[in-house]
Design a protein around this ligand. Structure first.
Ligand SMILES: [Zn+2]
Length: 333
């Protein structure tokens, strides 16, 4: 999976501009074979597997990543930016950004009386140009950028800027590759858009597909670092997490019970996730139409929404194993 994850984390895909990630996934999907993928009007990529059964599961992983959008270009060529998704201004000075066109910029900050007052209005991006005219040759108002943070592997761990959620995309694609064609229900794999700005792609695609059950695959925060901000027993390397709740969803108890049973029966290491802040596509899926029983598989990840997002390779493998086992189990109850 390393090679796939390397390419997916290198792809440019801030929320609303997922084209590069989508075309990379489409290329990979052609090698998997089977019916063609469908792209809806918002850009969600949909692949259906299994017979036309009366039970249908939607499995979603978002393609987009957090990023930045240019709001203003100063006379002297410095750019002003606004966040696309949840990013804390205080972590940004000195960071490198990469624009869609390939240009690199460095984030700087204005002088402040107190560093705690730092917000986006005090930050700027320096592209090494001398004035607005030169800047406009590289970027325009509304152009977007992402952290310039390609993948590296240290021990069993992968580190990259877009692990949220190319880790989930990798797990989904790898599951698709290994999944037999004979399934007890039909499964719609969806690579969604605009999760980071409010689960928007998942909302539209859930309406379209009208599934009986939903499952999201995304990353989640761990508590296995010195004095973590949020206390949680989740650790890297101890298996994918079965989500119980986050800010966007309380997972359906029958779905979590099924996930727990399938993980136990197949001896797949797993953990349980109660996330105090943050959401995922499951939040939009479960509220679609008249309601959809929904759960989520979460890949433990340290330093979420920074250039240092870190996951464990065994958690990715076990995430694939859990999904494969879940999708070969009949979901009727
Ligand atoms: Zn995510």
């Amino acid at each position: 999976m390393k090679e796939l994850l390397t390419r997916l984390t290198a792809a440019f895909g801030p929320a609303g501009r997922e084209e590069e990630v989508r075309s990379l996934l489409k290329q990979e999907l052609t090698q998997v074979g089977g019916p063609d993928a469908v792209v809806d009007d918002l850009g969600n990529l949909i692949v259906t597997r299994g017979k036309d059964a009366d039970q249908k599961i939607l499995v979603a992983a978002h393609m987009d990543q957090i990023g930045f959008m240019v709001t203003f270009i100063e006379e002297n060529g410095f750019l002003r930016i606004t966040p696309v998704g949840g990013i804390q201004a205080k972590s940004l000075p000195g960071m490198r950004l990469r624009f869609g066109g390939g240009t690199t910029g460095v984030i700087g900050q204005e002088k402040l009386k107190a560093q705690k007052d730092l917000d986006f209005s005090k930050l700027y991006v320096d592209m090494g140009v001398n004035d607005r005219e030169e800047a406009e040759k590289q970027v325009q108002i509304g152009d977007t950028a992402v952290f310039d943070a390609p993948l590296v592997m240290e021990g069993n761990r992968y580190i990259a800027g877009a692990m949220d959620n190319r880790a989930g995309c990798t797990v989904l694609l790898e599951t698709l590759r290994r999944l037999p064609t004979d399934l007890p229900q039909s499964v719609c794999f969806v690579f969604t858009v605009q999760e980071e700005v409010g689960l928007r792609g998942a909302q539209a695609v859930s309406y379209r597909l009208n599934p009986h059950f939903g499952l999201a695959v995304d990353v989640t925060r761990t508590g296995d670092t010195p004095e973590p901000q949020f206390k949680t027993p989740l650790s890297l390397g101890k298996g994918p997490a079965i989500k119980i709740r986050d800010s966007s969803v309380i997972c359906h108890p029958r779905v979590t019970a099924l996930m727990r049973r399938v993980a136990d029966q197949n001896s797949i290491p797993h953990q349980f996730e109660v996330l105090e802040q943050g959401g995922t596509d499951a939040g939009a899926i479960h509220l679609s139409r008249a309601g959809v029983p929904t759960g989520a598989v979460s890949i433990p990840c340290r330093y979420i929404h920074t250039p240092g997002e870190m996951v464990d390779s065994a958690d990715l493998e076990n995430g694939v194993s859990l999904l494969l086992a879940l999708l070969q189990t009949e979901w009727k109850w």
